[in-house]
Design a protein. Structure first.
Lengths: 336, 323, 638
């Protein structure tokens, strides 16, 4: 048996070799790959945003200014959008403006787009962030408890009822939920304000309205993941060690379930951002959603471009954060 | 039908992930004979099977069928070739389409047989592999593993092939069914004069089925000999180690098993690929530096059993140091 | 499959709903078109009444009829968006999956990023470029949903491409076209159908959101979303003007969602095989009264004693015993083997001893570990008793270690919990154990994750983990089946070494007779849940009595057997749990079976020294002239 030991000792671990090993360590190569892909995606996103105005069929000047506008007015619009220059010059300008943090000014209010974004982003992020927190805090423990309760086909009644309720809630449009919540809690019971942006209480109904569907989805997912984690061989190994139930769930089940929950959590965050667009309209809240819709309706292109860019960056950033968290939770992700 | 492989190579991936799964192997399967190909997981034996039937493209070497060059992947995807070389896969659960009845599976294969001979009816084919005609109306999931593997054999036979590649055909089967499937394959060979390439990790099964045996290690064939010779007088230390590792009913194991694990096939060791694990190599005999520096593959032809080992004769008589 | 689909309540409800919606969208505009358009300003903004079930809007349109008529436009748009999603998504995904490996990785990552963009936002971007309206909504939602379709298509393509039956069909010479039509499509049709229904449900909801924002359908056209918008405007006057269309949207989404879910469940062939399969002939195993076999004499020195062990599971509402009356004893330092095929109950026996039978399985009988009857041990001490005296090594070292935990933590947690070791002490012990199982540089191995080790190394880690609390019994369940032969030999040497050095008693479970004969002192042969023969390893080699044991010995080629001899063919296969034949379970496959074998179960009786066998023929009593104790059984069985 001594032979085995001898053969398995890795060959010559010199100082230089160790340094080289560190530089080519899986973590670094993982980070490098992820950063490259995020940069590529951001460049693509900016290019799509840039092309948005140029994709408008027909003459943007006429479409934006309206058919009643004079030729001079249309020329002015084209000029302000930079459409009177060559394509490459436009693209170059666009990038140099981006680097200077200049996203143009609104057609309607004449305010710089960056200021409009700054004013509105906070309110929307508050709702989306609070909702994400609520979703994760309810779904992950809830799903694990449900999974533990219904493991090995126990409590079939609980499982059936849960599945039925979750599918119904999963099918309710945010729009309807938001309206019903406003009706009962704001108008009939007068517990929460009907609308507005100020205060914690004004946050409750919008957050509930957009969280319900993601909670229903994530609860089901976490339950199923818990069940499949519980049926794995490594849980059987852990059981054979006779660990207390608490340890079993916290150390062996939870990390593997959180991995799955996070994968879908990134997607849900994007969904929550979309949800804020709707609830902001229902509860008459200020925010990115309202701004986006208004700018589309008033064809305020600089604002639209800024919005698309910011929302896109938010989605990409959420994805990157999820990737990073996943890699730190599940070491197998790194070598992939 | 005679099948020959000359210096066959198969490479996967590229750059850092380039892997030479099969590295210049020679194999000759005479008509009506069985050649066994044995080795551990990752040695490339299944890649050989897939390359022969044209499921993966070759990267070098030649494949001859009755002396005719069929190396080009295009050629091996032609119906004429398909009719002559068939394959049976390891997992009879995965290799039958779950949405097709047994009748449809057998009919589909028979329809591709050479038109000059009368086509066999599905019932006849089922009977050939020892199954009643009642299985024809069933679907794969309604059959047992042994029955499924018989259907897979019947499908391969349906086109009247000259060569069948059998890739680990019994390793997914229950112990009590393995015997009857192996018997069936031996009987069918006698009846139909078909050649087999019998691939397995199980030495005793390969010994039972094959006329000659080639031993593979990390993409190379390290030893080839007639079955009796190979098992009675192995020349290569890897073959010796492999044979000694097999548990036997009547004899306790006397030697220490080969140490260590299979190295990463993407970065095989220099010189002899067994050198880091070899019980008669530089690990135990520091004077045998040649094993690290010189690849013994080229001298194989001069050795008994074409054993690719610098000290092949040694290996046969060597007393492996006790642990 | 169809039967399985309609078996589920949600499948029936969903398909009824979908049918109603489709019929409504075809016929409603023809039948009620006029009524929906009729208005009366004087009757505006009224609540529900007998005449107007959902009340009226500001101009006095009847909301109920409007809702019915608006179904067509709503469905047209949802179906249109889904059609775009399919037409764009499937080629996109399938194409990405067929790219060469490196490009494929990039394309799939890109697709993953695109999925993250909610279709509502994509549709808004389209509304910004095109004129906001029907077209921009349909195209926008369609493109937004196409990415998830692409993802489904790409994973299906990848999965199908690697399926062996596709390779098998290619080898037989099946052409590309037939391959696609006969082999690929039938196997992915369900998944695509599921994705389609889910996508319709999603587009109904997204479309409503767009209309609500004013970026969807523009007046005078109306769809449900547009009606909802109008309704929300007058919500505080007539809430039903909003609730009506809201509920319609939710119901439509539910109906399509239910159909998708029911399809998903019904397309699992394992499920519908059970649901639609015929009933196999079942034995009257109740008549097969359990009777104590020749009892093992109890020996206080045994580390493990098992008597009359049964494991049963409910199958088709009946409780079926899968392990029936197994008895075994294990002396300190002894190594015994349990051999049998899959379905013989050998693994369940081991799991029952280790108290790891999952719900709803039930274990009966007596298990005593180090003289302590586990049923008498207070519940709170059972875990400690088992955790410190018994360890299990499982078959698949690849999946038996927690992938998200370092080797160190997996090794020390048991010792810390049961023996109260400090972290430093436990790590020290872990290092010692790793050295014992011949893993080089234990310090480094402790900091690694399972995926960084080879199969053989992982199995060594699992064995080291089992040894952490110095157990008196180690159960090794097919510990080498997933490993190569050379590694198998290393692991067996290791187990034998542990057995010899520490005096740990070992139960080795395997289907490989030679492996067991080579390594164990005694052997138990199991068939259909029972021990049919028990003997020493020496007796197994030359004096096996049971026809099943003999057949097993002859069914696999052995290295020392002459090659020309044919192998033993055992007809048939191991019976299912619920179709175990009456009498001797093996009699239907046995060449020596006589009439008695099919009527009366042979008990496991002591033959010669330490050799027990359960067979009428082998024990020389095939006739009905029975010894007194057996005739009782015959009476019970008839």
């Amino acid at each position: 048996m001594a032979l085995t030991t001898a053969t398995l000792v890795p060959e010559g671990r010199t100082e230089a070799g160790r340094v080289a090993g560190l530089l080519s360590s899986p973590w670094l190569s993982f980070l490098r790959r992820r950063i490259i892909s995020v940069v590529v995606i951001l460049i693509l996103l900016a290019t799509v945003t840039f092309s948005l105005v140029r994709l408008i069929p027909g003459d943007p000047g006429i479409i934006i200014g309206g058919t009643s506008s004079t030729r001079a007015e249309q020329m002015a619009i084209d000029h302000r959008l930079g459409l009177d220059q060559s394509f490459l010059t436009q693209y170059g300008h666009y990038w140099s403006n981006l680097f200077h943090g200049n996203l143009g000014t609104s057609f309607v209010t004449q305010d710089p787009v960056t200021r409009i974004l700054k004013q509105n982003a906070g309110a929307s992020l508050q709702v989306a962030g609070a909702a994400l927190l609520v979703v994760l805090l309810i779904s992950i423990p809830g799903g694990i408890v449900l999974g533990a309760l219904t493991r090995d086909q126990r409590h079939r009644q609980v499982e059936n009822w849960f599945t039925a309720i979750a599918s119904v809630i999963g099918a309710l449009p945010e729009l309807l939920v938001a309206t019903l919540l406003a009706y009962f809690f704001a108008l009939q019971l007068k517990i929460f304000p009907v609308g507005g942006t100020g205060g914690l209480t004004a946050l409750v109904l919008p957050v509930v309205a957009i969280s319900l569907r993601p909670i229903a989805i994530l609860l089901r997912l976490v339950r199923v993941e818990t069940l499949s984690a519980l049926s794995t061989d490594y849980i059987r190994t852990a059981r054979s060690k006779r660990l207390p139930t608490r340890t079993l769930y916290l150390r062996h089940v939870l990390p593997n379930v959180v991995t799955a929950a996070l994968t879908i959590g990134g997607l849900l965050f994007a969904d929550l951002i979309a949800g804020t667009v709707i609830v902001e309209a229902v509860f008459a809240r200020r925010g990115l959603g309202t701004t986006l819709v208004n700018s589309v309706l008033s064809r305020d292109y600089p604002v639209i471009q800024g919005m698309v860019l910011v929302l896109g960056v938010a989605v990409v950033a959420a994805n990157a954060v999820v990737d990073f968290l996943l890699a730190s939770l599940d070491p197998r992700q790194i070598s992939r | 039908m005679k099948l020959e492989l000359h210096g066959l190579s198969v490479r996967y991936g590229r750059g850092r992930n380039l892997m030479t799964a099969v590295d210049g192997i020679d194999l000759a399967v005479p008509a009506g004979a069985t050649v066994g190909l044995v080795g551990e997981s990752g040695c490339g034996k299944s890649t050989v099977a897939r390359a022969v039937v044209g499921l993966v493209p070759t990267s070098g070497g030649r494949i001859l069928l009755d002396g005719v060059d069929v190396t080009a992947n295009r050629v091996r995807n032609r119906p004429e070739f398909r009719r002559r070389v068939q394959m049976v896969f390891q997992d009879p659960y995965a290799s039958l389409n779950p949405r097709m009845s047994i009748q449809a599976i057998l009919k589909e294969a028979a329809a591709r047989a050479d038109g000059s001979r009368p086509r066999r009816a599905p019932a006849e084919m089922a009977e050939l592999v020892g199954l009643p005609a009642t299985v024809l109306g069933r679907y794969p999931h309604q059959l047992s593993g042994g029955q499924r593997q018989r259907i897979a054999i019947a499908r391969a036979l349906a086109v009247n092939p000259g060569v069948i590649v059998l890739d680990e055909v019994t390793s997914a089967l229950d112990v009590s069914v393995q015997g009857s499937v192996l018997n069936l394959l031996r009987d069918l060979q006698r009846e139909m004069n078909v050649s087999y390439v019998f691939i397995s990790h199980d030495l005793s099964t390969v010994r039972y089925m094959s006329d000659t045996v080639s031993v593979m290690y990390l993409g190379r064939i390290v030893e080839t000999a007639r079955t009796e010779d190979l098992f009675a007088r192995p020349q290569h230390p890897y073959t010796t180690g492999l044979i000694d590792s097999v548990p036997r009913l009547h004899a306790p194991r006397t030697t220490a098993p080969l140490a260590g694990d299979l190295p990463d096939p993407r970065r095989p060791p220099t010189g002899c690929r067994l050198s880091p694990r070899c019980p008669v190599g530089p690990l135990h005999r520091p004077d045998r530096e040649i094993c690290h520096t010189t690849d013994p593959q080229s001298i194989a032809a001069q050795k008994v059993h074409e054993a690719a080992c610098h000290f092949a004769v040694d290996a046969a008589h060597a007393v492996v140091p006790a642990p | 499959m169809i039967r399985a689909f309609f078996r589920s309540p949600s499948g029936i409800a969903g398909s009824c709903g979908v049918l109603l919606i489709l019929l409504d969208s075809i016929f409603a505009p023809i039948i009620w078109g006029k009524r929906a358009k009729a208005f009366n300003v004087l009757q505006g903004d009224k609540g529900p009444s007998g005449k107007h079930w959902l009340g009226t809007d500001r101009l006095g349109h009847d909301i109920f009829y409007q809702l019915l008529v608006a179904t067509r436009l709503t469905m047209e748009m949802a179906l249109g968006a889904t059609a775009i999603a399919i037409l764009v998504g499937i080629p996109l995904g399938a194409g990405a999956a067929l790219l060469p490996q490196r490009l494929r990785m990039i394309a799939l990552r890109g697709l993953d990023t695109l999925i993250a963009f909610p279709s509502l936002l994509i549709a808004i971007a389209f509304a910004a470029v095109l004129n906001p309206g029907k077209t921009s909504a349909v195209v926008g939602v369609g493109v937004g949903l196409s990415f998830s379709f692409g993802r489904v298509a790409s994973s299906l393509t990848l999965a199908i491409r690697d399926r062996e039956f596709i390779s098998a069909a290619r080898v037989v010479g099946v052409g590309r076209m037939r391959l696609l039509v006969r082999h690929v499509l039938p196997n992915i049709a369900d998944s695509l159908a599921i994705a389609t229904t889910v996508s319709i449900a999603a587009s109904v909801v997204t479309m409503a959101g767009l209309s609500f924002l004013g970026l969807g359908v523009q007046l005078p056209s109306i769809d449900w979303g547009r009606m909802l918008t109008t309704g929300v405007g007058s919500f505080y006057l007539t809430p039903f003007a909003a609730i009506g269309p809201g509920v319609a949207i939710a119901l439509a989404a539910l109906a399509f969602g239910f159909v998708g879910e029911a399809l998903a469940r019904a397309s699992n062939p394992v499920l519908w095989a059970n649901a639609g399969g015929g009933t196999s002939p079942r034995s009257t195993c109740d008549a097969d009264t359990e009777r104590a076999d020749d009892p093992h004499e109890s020996d206080a020195a045994n580390v493990l004693e098992v008597n009359d062990l049964t494991v049963s599971f409910p199958i088709d509402k009946r409780r079926e015993p899968i392990v029936r009356g197994v008895a075994l004893d294990l002396a300190p330092g002894e190594m015994i083997g349990i051999v049998g095929e899959s379905g013989s109950g050998k693994s369940l026996t081991a799991m029952a001893i280790a108290q790891l039978i999952p719900h709803p399985g039930q274990v009966g009988g007596r298990i005593a570990l180090n003289g302590k009857d586990l049923q008498r041990v207070p519940l709170k001490d059972v875990d400690r008793t088992l955790g410190t005296s018994l360890a299990v090594v499982f078959q698949d070292p690849m999946s038996s270690l927690n992938p998200a935990m370092k080797i160190r933590n997996q090794l020390i947690e048991g010792a810390r919990h049961h023996r109260g070791l400090s972290k430093a002490e436990a790590v020290l012990a872990a290092r010692r154990r790793l050295r014992e199982v011949n893993l080089p540089t234990p310090e480094r191995q402790l900091e690694r994750y399972p995926h960084e080790l080879s199969g053989g190394q992982r199995q060594r880690v699992l064995i080291a983990m089992g040894l952490m609390n110095e157990p008196s019994v180690l159960i090794a369940d097919e510990p080498t089946t997933a490993l190569d032969v050379t590694v198998q030999a290393q692991i067996m040497d290791l187990l034998a070494g542990i057995n010899a050095e520490h005096g740990t008693a070992v139960i080795l479970i395997s289907h490989n007779l030679a492996l067991i004969a080579q390594n164990c002192d005694r052997v138990l042969v199991m068939y259909a849940g029972r021990v049919v023969e028990e003997m020493t390893a020496e007796q197994l080699k030359t004096q096996a009595l049971h026809p099943y044991t003999q057949a097993l010995l002859g069914a696999v080629p052995d290295m020392s057997q002459p090659r020309a001899e044919p192998l033993v063919s055992i007809p048939g296969q191991m019976p299912d749990v619920h179709s175990v034949p009456a009498g001797c379970a093996f009699h239907t496959r046995c060449a020596l079976a006589v009439e008695r074998c099919s009527i009366e179960r042979p008990p496991l009786l002591l033959q010669t020294d330490r050799h027990r066998v359960a067979c009428w023929v082998a024990t020389g009593e095939p006739s009905a002239e029975l010894p007194a104790h057996a005739s009782v059984a015959a009476g019970e069985a008839s």
